[in-house]
Design a protein around this ligand. Sequence first.
Ligand code: ZN
Length: 717
Amino acid sequence: MKLNAALMASGAIALTTGSLSAGAGAPAGSAAGGDGAGFAPSNPFYAPSSLPFQAPPFDKIKDDDYEPAIEAGMAHQLTEIRRIADNPSPATFANTFIAMEESGRLLNRALAAFRGVSQADTNPSLQKTKTALAPKLAAHSDAIHLNKKLFARIAAIHARRESLKLDPESLRLVVVTYDEFVHSGAKLTDSDKAKLKAQNEELSTLSNSFTTMLLEATKNGAYLAADPAPLAGLAEGRLAAAAQAAQGRKVDGYLLPLQNTTQQPDLASLRVRDTREAIFRNSWNRTERGDTNDTRDIIARIAKLRAQRAQLLGYSSHAAWKLEDQMAKTPQAALAFMDALVPLATAKARHDGADIQAVIDSQQGGFTLEPWDWDYYAEQVRKSKFDLDQAEVKPYFELNAVLENGVFYAATQLYGIHFKERKDLPVYNPDVRAFEVIDADGATLALFYCDYFKRDNKNGGAWMGTFVDQSKLLGARPVIYNVANLPKPAPGEPALISFEDVITMFHEFGHALHGMFADTRYPSLSGTATARDFVEFPSQFNEHWALYPAVFEHYAKHYKTGAAMPAALVEKIKTAKNFSEGYDLTELLAAAELDMQWHTLPASAPLQNPDEFETSALARTHLDLHAVPPRYRSSYFSHIWGSGYSAGYYAYLWTQMLADDAYQWFDDNGGLTRANGDRLRRMILSRGNTEDLGKIYADWRGRPPTVEAMLTYRGLR
Ligand SMILES: [Zn+2]
């Protein structure tokens, strides 16, 4: 059963696993034990939504509706769980596993909406609710996972699972649920369970504090210029957006808000070197200013506590515990995979760095390449070597055209699905658009919401999430959303985006397809409820269609003239893409290694000094390139401290291997066709976690994945 209480899942996650599925049937009313006081029929979560697909009624939901609904939802689910655990009849698959799958519907629908809104459209009141709920949700998850009678029933069925003649999906549910309970400490002694509960609650509170501090620190790290002079080089539209952003915060001048990654997109065009350095330093030091948003003590404490928790659960490290149910299985396998990539990636980055230094020297720059120079001069190398100018490219990537004629179009070609905008569905912010997704046979398949523009009250990065998870058991069909932080144009201007942003849209939509095509019985096994090192596979695979000729030609048209992008420019984008691969892969590897180094610390290791730890970890793994800092510094690495990606950041690279290997198959078998798309949908995208993921992949591919295609596509050899 899905009991991911990862409410504190925060910014920068590329994917928010829609952990709890909403469904029909109102539990309401009977909230036990006095929790959820103030929960009444007037609360919009009291009964299932009457909107299509039980979409959240955002027009009725007020900020103070969430907390009582979630509290009542927890209380109600505990009553349901107690009823299952205390059932005098012997344990059966139906009275234990199916009953568990059916529990918690009120909690699920309230939590799914709250998670979506508190990450994408938050405010002080929602942040306060989140802080109050975080430890309670962690305790709720523990109360279920550590219920002895419940686990005894689960273990009894698990022990005789082979003799029960269960269908394969039900059998998988038994194994996954049992493993999850053991993983969560179900076999511990009572005193160790008490210790575990205390650790989980402290960790959840620390993670939540980290997220709150990071959001504030990122906001405070914005760069403010009194006049346009320091911003020379910015395109007119960006300058107007910067003026708009300043107005939004009621300050004079021009404001460049920080993105959550180390590097900031505007550094590619800012001519004044001091401005670039100032923005870079704002970014790099955002959480290391010695003020109330300095996260260093918190992350050291989280790392230590996680190692202690792993030891309590019988593992050598947090990473060993986390990877047990992943495709990679062990930290060693993930580390070996990364170690093999390091020499190829860093050699390419060093080679590109030398090209950049040559440009600096040819202009009598008189300085050594620094991280804040990389994108600016890389842009010039691209211009001189590949003659590519971003300002020339962006007019061909108008956001709406990219969405409807690119992202949606590719999905129509592959899977036969169509999209119809639904302006009648309530949304949580006017930026959000809602679409009905219509299947090839004409039936409605899903709802899809997108919320692409950056706002100050939105966590950084881009992600996918679910308001409703698909489940045949619960009669629930998917309601999916994509969120991103693309620059919002000044009023009346078109949203012209970079090719990187185009890729982000294809990426997140790949996750959305994984959620929309889900066709499983049990909510716990549905859609994106897979291992972290599998879940980024459909999304990275979907990125490949952005440059596929028949798709590209269909969306990349000049926003004013409608002219197709000139063939020479397309060629340049393709060639120039490889120029950044060395940098991109190295910064990703550096972040992934930092994550793994932090989380392979044993419980006996002392509390770390984050700066010293980071420096030595990067040196040890040969990723200490001065001009190529990690994509996230430890102190603002929200994936690993604020959300569920701890010991899992390597998954982006692991799944890149799967994505490239899979695209190679398409390339070898006729490319963008309905037959190919339907085969992928049937064998992978619809199947969630209903079978061993390595087997699902190998059955579709005809063999296990190899890294060969990745090395070729990324231009590493
Ligand atoms: Zn992703």
